[in-house]
Design a protein around this ligand. Sequence first.
Ligand code: PRP
Ligand code: ZN
Length: 296
Amino acid sequence: MDRETRIKVALQKSGRLTENSLNLLRRCGLNYSRGSDQLICFGENMPVDLLLVRDDDIPSLIAEGVCQFGIVGLNVFLEKAAGGPGLVEPRQLVDLDFGRCRLSVAVPRGFGYQDPAQLDGKRIATSYPRIIRDWLAARDIRAEIVTLSGAVEIAPRLGRADLICDLVSTGSTLAANDLEEAEVVLDSHAVLLGGEEPADPAAREWAERLMRRIEGVVRVQESKYIMLHAPRGALDAIRDLLPGTEAPTVMPLEGLDDKVAVHAVCRENVFWETLEGLKRAGASSVLVLPVEKMLA
Ligand code: PRP
Ligand code: ZN
């Protein structure tokens, strides 16, 4: 496949999403080697290349058709994509289970924050002007938004703003800058954005395959394979207790007429509480195994 027909996936160059994003692609079966400039990873066993860029640039790379897929935080997606000027809606949007963080309003220690009304007339430094503007408008608060592309957390100390709206994950950046989280504006996590379908039929097929594999990886992370023995009479009760199961396989047990073996794929995580419930319902020899791969 020549260069034009290869699939390109845009990932964050260095940051909270990088490692998990590369991991996700590896779990889709992609082997890659990193180019000498460190900005492109060439797929060795699939016509898929990874572009390592600033996360803020990913939505436009997809909108312009340079990349067919990208992984960003929901915060970046909402700020730069969804209905943004000159940007198209992604064709596909898949929630990924990493990169959890919050977009929050944070105030200098001693601000005495109690209510959003206190933000009225204040200057708020942020890299997320659209999101905070909507949030303020919904609360009828008039504040000045100071848009900065980085180092937002030092803006109050420099006198450029009274408070900030920025991403918080561990909270250590806020603590290091004498800031306190006041309001959560958005709970964020990583999302996969899918752009326009490639025109080339072979590339289109690979794009679809990659999409299906990513969905499979996401589904598999939550899924468990469960095996147990159950008295025939308790089968209905046990079936009801298995989380996210369609049709469990029921098999006879050699030499035991009143008991059966039940195997099922649970599409949700199986917690200790579920196992205890199964035991109470009469199940024994309960085993829970991780699912390695899944293709719907
Ligand atoms: C965010 C934010 C803070 C830091 C907060 O930046 O701007 O600097 O993370 O994390 P903490 O609560 O764990 O200290 P990010 O890494 O997303 O970089 P970017 O916004 O420049 O892409
Ligand atoms: Zn960024």
